[in-house]
Design a protein. Structure first.
Lengths: 335, 366
């Protein structure tokens, strides 16, 4: 397949039809999409629904451990899951730069289909636009998702209480390091793999086995440090976490040491933070560890009243300091 | 998770029990004496704050952060020069990432210039910049050469390679600086520094000898230190061990040879000659800079940029802070008009600056 996407394919005519039939429909087909109507007809389950949307752009489109396709599915699946919801349906919209090889688009769609299958979510509606060269960078993908909320009192950033335990579902910084390694062609970081994965199964196990959960959030851009600061501000509490309890893989640690970066500020795409009453911490830890993508879950600290609105890191050597939000973009240092 | 040598070393150098022992030993050596020490390396600044070491130092030890962050000491005029060059059509400016967010005299950063169309590329080494020049023979590539003795040899090697291969579209803005002249200049202005924690990276190149006057001319004991908490504690212990007979000690022998790296110094001497330089916050210091010997590779002489006057920002106390005369929170702008989101002075700009470190890691409530 040496063909590329031409502007014609965005015209809505036969060329568009071919793109939809040969690529999107081939990979995404299911009972709801197959009707090929202007909108998907959905039968809502009982109870509340959670809904979220996210637009995805990443350079390069493919990296160790994932692609823009896996990110687009898992990003929205995870956002919906963070409300203790089981994701059911997704829509996806593609903005394609003219000249993108069809093979690339096909590979992205194949990744999306696999990720959707793992997350047990159906792609029920879609859209394609082709824009002139230079109007976008290769390919942008937007997804929106709806899920069924599984509990009566869903978690929220403002529900955290003094004394709560803070857990993470696995190692921190893998996605950020993998993207940096791919983008900058840093061959010595070849071990760095993105953690891009759906958290729907893990969240299902967690919320159906442990209650109540005060907060669930996925620490994507800005990493653990930034997300914990947002939560500390939202609930006006102090988060005290322990550096030696936070899982970080050796390859991320080495990359950070070389580039002068901190893994706690690197993005994650398949991890969540769970905050709940301390008495339930062990139970939640076991639920996570027994779930897909949760084997390395850990209890990393507690919520206190020490200085509300801040995060305090107890360092490995036994000292303490504030762990602030990310300022601007991460840039490697001089020496 | 797999095992890793680096991860093992990292564990040892942050080992709480070992650090506690070293801290107790340090306290015992000082026996109630006070110690005001200054470090002159951004990596030391960050490590001391980031590791939490600062929160564990005994009350009689005062940590001062001197002119050790290369971004912080890059003079306003030098930044303005970079920005003038960035606006030359078709010119590619290659720079280390952390220069990108430093505001120049106009308040704009290189990020703003990049957003308005300047071709500014982040590189990890001067050789990357040379590769850019090779790959784009019709365009001029200028490398922003900032940093101390640590980075200068790699820049010199890139220039030598360009000369050997007759690459004519590569040049360097040499804003490199030498550490020792700055230390002498600040000792003249601040007698209230007891000792120096010397930069391990710089010493791998220079060796011990350039620092000897600290002890033998100015009576200040000093130790070369590595960058992990245990390295820094070992260096402070060396300093505390010589209250009456100041000397220069090497507490980082696994990386620093007494004679440094003569090959690297030879390459530097082949390419650069020592010149006067302006330091942000400290002003002009004689014989503290490095100038390229050949016009063709010196972007200043190649492009003769017309740089508008670049005054220091009003009210900023960074000069006093870099000299150890004030601590960051004593500056009236600190945390109010000046923060990492909108930095005014050099020490707040770089993540390795002392004001930025104070702002970020701060003083904790008990």
């Amino acid at each position: 397949m040496n063909e590329t996407v031409l502007l014609d394919a965005g015209s809505g005519g036969r060329a568009s039809q071919r793109l939809i039939k040969d690529i999107f429909h081939r990979h995404f087909h299911n009972d709801l999409l197959d009707s090929m109507d202007d909108a998907a007809l959905l039968a809502p389950p009982p109870g509340k629904l959670a809904m979220s949307t996210d637009s995805h752009t990443v350079t390069p489109l493919f990296f160790a451990g994932g692609s823009i396709g896996t990110l687009a599915i898992n990003g929205t699946v995870n956002d919906v899951s963070m409300l203790a919801a089981a994701p059911l349906w997704l829509t996806c919209a593609f903005i394609i730069e003219e000249g993108l090889p069809l093979e690339t688009l096909n590979a992205v769609a194949a990744d999306m289909a696999l990720a959707a299958a793992e997350a047990k979510v159906k792609i029920v509606s879609g859209d394609t636009k082709v824009v002139p060269k230079g109007a976008c960078d290769k390919l942008f993908v937007n997804t929106a998702g709806i899920g069924q909320v599984l509990v009566s009192d869903p978690p929220g950033g403002a529900k955290i209480k003094n004394g709560d335990a803070i857990l993470v579902s696995g190692s921190m910084g893998d996605h950020g390091m993998a993207i940096l390694a791919a983008r900058e062609d840093l061959s010595f970081l070849s071990d760095a793999h993105s953690d891009c994965a759906p958290l729907s199964a893990l969240v299902f196990n967690l919320v159906t086995q442990v209650s109540p959960i005060h907060a669930l959030r996925d620490p994507t851009r800005g990493g653990l440090a930034t997300t914990l600061n947002e939560l500390a501000e939202q609930s006006n509490v102090c988060m005290e976490i322990y550096e030696d309890k936070i899982p970080v893989t050796p390859s991320v640690l080495e990359g950070c040491s070389f580039l002068g970066l901190d893994p706690l500020y690197l993005a994650n795409e398949g991890k969540c933070i769970c905050i709940l009453p301390n008495a339930l911490a062990e139970q939640a830890l076991q639920a996570m560890r027994n779930s897909p993508h949760g084997e390395n879950a850990a209890i990393i600290g507690h919520v206190t009243e020490r200085k509300p609105g801040t995060v305090i890191l107890h360092t490995r050597m036994g000292g303490q300091r504030y762990l602030g939000m990310l300022e601007g973009a991460l840039l490697p240092r001089i020496c | 998770m797999q095992q890793s040598l680096l991860a093992d070393m990292d564990r040892t150098s942050h080992d709480p029990a070992l650090c506690r022992k070293l801290l107790d030993h340090l306290s015992a050596l000082l026996q109630g004496r006070s110690l005001r020490f200054m470090e002159v390396c951004g990596t030391h600044t960050v490590s001391i704050f980031q590791s939490g070491l600062r929160s564990l130092l005994p009350a009689n030890i005062t940590h001062l952060s001197g002119p050790g962050c290369p971004v912080c000491v890059t003079h306003e005029e030098e930044l303005a020069t970079l920005m003038v060059l960035a606006e030359i059509p078709d010119l590619v400016l290659a720079t280390f990432g952390d220069l990108l967010r430093v505001p120049g005299p106009s308040g704009k950063t290189l990020k703003h210039f990049r957003a308005s169309g300047s071709d500014i590329r982040i590189v990890y080494s001067p050789l990357d910049a040379l590769n850019l020049a090779r790959s784009m023979p019709t365009r001029e590539v200028v490398f922003a050469g900032i940093g101390f003795e640590t980075t200068a040899p790699a820049v010199a090697a890139a220039i030598l390679t360009a000369r050997k291969e007759h690459i004519k579209n590569f040049s360097v803005l040499s804003f490199h600086k030498l550490v020792m002249p700055a230390l002498e200049s600040l000792i003249a202005e601040n007698a209230n520094i007891d000792a120096f924690l010397l930069p391990g990276h710089v010493a791998t190149i220079t060796g011990l000898s350039p620092f000897l006057p600290l002890a033998f001319k100015y009576g200040k004991p000093a130790a070369i230190g590595g960058f992990e908490p245990t390295d820094i504690l070992m260096a402070l212990i060396k300093i505390a061990e010589m209250p009456d007979k100041p000397d220069i000690r090497n507490a980082y022998p696994r990386a620093v040879a007494a004679d440094g790296n003569p090959t690297a110094r030879k390459i530097m001497a082949d390419v650069f000659e020592i010149c006067d330089a302006k330091w942000r916050g400290l002003g002009p210091i004689p014989d503290s800079g490095l100038k390229i010997k050949w016009d063709q590779y010196d972007a200043l002489r190649k492009f003769s940029p017309r740089v508008p006057p670049a005054p220091a920002p009003a009210g900023c106390k960074c000069g006093e802070i870099l000299k150890g005369l004030l601590q960051p929170p004593q500056c009236p702008l600190f945390g109010r008009a000046c923060s990492p989101q909108s930095p005014i002075g050099p020490c707040m700009v770089s993540t390795e600056g002392s004001c930025a470190a104070w702002y970020k890691y701060g003083e904790l409530p008990s």
